[in-house]
Design a protein around this ligand. Structure first.
Ligand code: PMP
Length: 324
């Protein structure tokens, strides 16, 4: 490598891109959202003639999941409020996708990131958070995501001046991100024809934000939430509300219907989506499809839209893929 290139690679001497005169391309954050709406052929085939199923393919986001929307919304609103001023570190708990989104967007926007993550979270994901420069504190596996939340709260209590506690479970910027982006995209992509919206509950940001906007635009749209049918489940990203720390942003008056899904049903639908639609998705997408089938089977006609939060690469070592 020449001395000149070596010098350029010293980050202290790199000219910040904003100061360069001719710029092509866009910032990373501009690639968040505007995900494709996929038609689910094999799922629609299982439903009555005039009932059609669709899903937002959220793994098209740059961090590979729906959580890029929420993390960006949270970071942007914190920046606007000055909450990340003076080099404050963004702190939050997440077992997967949000953590990656914070790490990625934090790196892109120059914020330090501290994550509390259950120790049984995917090794590859923990390595990716660190690859983006985030600091990671592991919490006991047995306490799952609630243990990570407790640790984040503890750190914030101890060092309130050091951290901005993003608190995705209570931060309204989480659901607002979906209110501002996911919902209008669905409306536009269905030409306003959507009749049913089905989504899983984790932090509940996706369901709450998208549903609120859709309800305002057309109160006739049915809003259906999906969650695991018990506290011990394999639907990563989703929460069983009766046994979990209930997210502060959860609005239990919003849904017209709440469905509880068995892990095995979701897993078998994940397999169907892979083999019949060419879509390798996560277990929470399988749960969403279980909800779509339940709702759709009762209709004469309908345009059902759900959200596929991430793809299945991250879960390919799950036991259910070995059972063939
Ligand atoms: N599925 C997966 C894979 C997720 O990572 C999440 C986020 N926890 C969800 C579903 C639920 O999304 P939300 O937090 O917006 O309710």
């Amino acid at each position: 490598m020449t001395e000149k290139v070596m010098k350029m690679m010293n980050t202290d001497t790199i000219e910040p891109p904003t100061q360069k005169k001719r710029r092509l391309g866009v910032e990373l954050e501009k690639t968040i959202g505007n995900t494709p709406l996929l038609y689910l052929e094999s799922i629609s085939e299982m439903l009555p003639e005039n009932v059609h199923a669709h899903a937002k393919a959220e793994w098209f986001n740059p961090g590979g999941s729906v959580k890029d929307r929420a993390a960006f919304g949270i970071i942007k609103s914190a920046e606007e409020a000055g909450a990340l001023d003076n080099g404050k570190t963004l702190l939050d708990a997440s077992s997967g996708n949000t953590a990656l989104a914070y790490a990625m967007i934090g790196a892109s926007r120059g914020h330090d990131v501290q994550l509390c993550v259950p120790e049984n979270a995917s090794r590859e994901y923990i390595r990716m958070y660190k690859a983006f420069g985030a600091k990671v504190t592991l919490t006991p596996a047995a306490e799952s995501s609630d243990g990570a939340i407790k640790k984040a709260r503890e750190l914030h209590r101890e060092f309130p001046d050091r951290y901005f506690y993003a608190d995705q479970y209570s931060n309204p910027a989480n659901w607002m991100a979906h209110y501002k982006t996911t919902a209008p995209e669905i409306w536009e992509q269905t030409d306003g024809q959507i009749t049913h919206f089905v989504a899983g509950l984790g932090t509940t940001g996706t369901f709450t934000g998208t549903s609120r906007w859709l309800r305002e635009y057309n109160p006739d749209i049915s809003l259906v939430s999906v969650q695991p049918n018990g506290p011990l489940h394999g639907l990563e990203g989703l929460k069983h509300m009766p046994s979990a720390i209930v997210p502060g942003i959860y609005d239990d008056y919003l849904a017209d219907e709440n469905l509880e899904i068995e892990t095995e049903v979701a897993q078998s639908l994940v397999k169907q989506l892979a083999r019949q639609e060419g879509l390798l998705v996560g277990m929470s997408s399988g749960a969403a499809v279980a909800g779509v089938l339940e709702v759709g089977s009762r209709l004469d006609s309908g345009v059902i839209v759900t959200v596929f939060p991430d793809n299945g690469r991250r879960y390919i070592n799950e036991q259910f893929w070995s059972e063939e």
